[in-house]
Design a protein around this ligand. Sequence first.
Ligand code: RB5
Length: 145
Amino acid sequence: MKLAIGSDHVGFELKPIIIEYVRELGHEIEDLGTFSSERTDYPQYGKKVAEEVASGNFDAGILICGTGVGISISANKVNGIRAVVCSEPYSAKLSKEHNNTNILAFGSRVVGSELAKMIVKEWLNALFEEERHAHRIEMIHQIEK
Ligand code: RB5
């Protein structure tokens, strides 16, 4: 898969660890910022990654802020985005299988790097159960209209 990743300044230190891990798992990943630990605002990175995923330039995205909350809310404002914030792998896996999430978010103040990697792995390896759940995703699209 070709992934985009973004974070605010709070997620900045965890981001390279996740980038390296995603590459180890055999995926491509591009960093869309932020590129320093200087204080910044999470909505711009949520929006940037979400727009790139929604436009089809990337298959999926990963977002990191302090809690994962603000950056996932921002991403979910973009049509076609289903971003989930997770602090454990079970929800990450089911969010792909049932909800076909296309962005995974987590908080660098909530999860350590090893738990974050576990969450990322479960999410990347999970497959959408289209037959059972496609009509519900369509219902979500109807809400967007
Ligand atoms: C930044 O202080 C913090 O609010 C942000 O990283 C994130 O946790 C927001 O949801």
